[in-house]
Design a protein around this ligand. Structure first.
Ligand code: S3P
Length: 168
C-alpha cells in the first residue's frame, strides 16, 4: 500500500497525510521533510543555492527514492507532481489523492502559515490570490491526473478521505 497526497501549497497534505497514516497504521513521509533530512538543508536554502531548477532535481530524486517505500502515506510538495514525469511515477507506484482546495481557503491558510515557502515569500494577500489563480490553472493539468480527488472550502475530515479512497 502506497498513498500519495498531492495538491497546492496550503491544501493540508501533511496534516491529512499524518492522520491518514495513523488511521491505516502506515508510515508517514513528508517529501519536503525527507528532502531536508537527506540534504542537510532547508527547502529555502536549496532554493537559494540552486534555484527552483536545482530544487526540482533534488525533489525528483527524493520522490524516486520514496516511491520504493512500502506501506506508506507520502505527502508531496505542491509542485512535485508538475515536473518531469513525476505524476506518471506517482500513479504507477501508488494511489494518488488530490486535495483540491479553493483559492480562497489556500490563500487564507498560506497568509497565516509560518512555513517559509520561497515561491510566495513576501506576497501580499492580493498578489497571493492572483499567483494562486494563475499557477493553479497550470498545475491542475497535472493534479487532475490523480486517481481520487476531494474538493474543499473548509477543513477536510479524515472520514471523508477514507470514504473517497473506499477504505471505510
Ligand atoms: C512548492 C511547495 C512546497 C515546497 C516548495 C515548492 C511548490 O511544499 O515543496 O516550497 O512548488 O508548490 P508544500 O506544498 O508542502 O508547501
Amino acid at each position: 500500500m502506497r498513498i500519495y497526497l498531492i495538491g497546492y501549497m496550503g491544501s493540508g497534505k501533511s496534516t491529512v497525510g499524518r492522520e491518514l497514516a495513523e488511521k491505516l497504521k502506515l508510515q508517514f513521509i513528508d517529501l519536503d521533510g525527507y528532502i531536508e533530512e537527506r540534504n542537510f538543508k532547508t527547502i529555502p536554502e536549496i532554493f537559494e543555492e540552486s534555484g527552483e531548477e536545482g530544487f526540482r532535481k533534488v525533489e525528483q530524486r527524493a520522490l524516486l527514492e520514496v516511491s520504493e517505500f512500502e506501506d506508506v502515506v507520502i505527502s508531496t510538495g505542491g509542485g512535485a507532481p508538475c515536473f518531469f514525469d513525476n505524476m506518471e511515477l506517482i500513479n504507477r507506484t501508488g494511489i494518488s489523492l488530490y486535495l483540491n482546495g479553493t483559492p480562497r481557503i489556500l490563500a487564507e491558510r498560506l497568509m497565516q502559515s509560518k512555513t517559509e515557502r520561497p515561491l510566495i515569500k513576501g506576497k501580499s494577500e492580493e498578489e497571493l490570490i492572483k499567483f494562486i489563480d494563475e499557477t493553479l490553472e497550470k498545475r491542475n493539468h497535472w493534479y487532475k491526473q490523480c486517481h481520487f480527488e476531494i474538493g474543499f472550502d473548509d477543513d477536510i475530515q479524515i472520514s471523508e478521505v477514507l470514504d473517497v479512497l473506499k477504505l471505510t
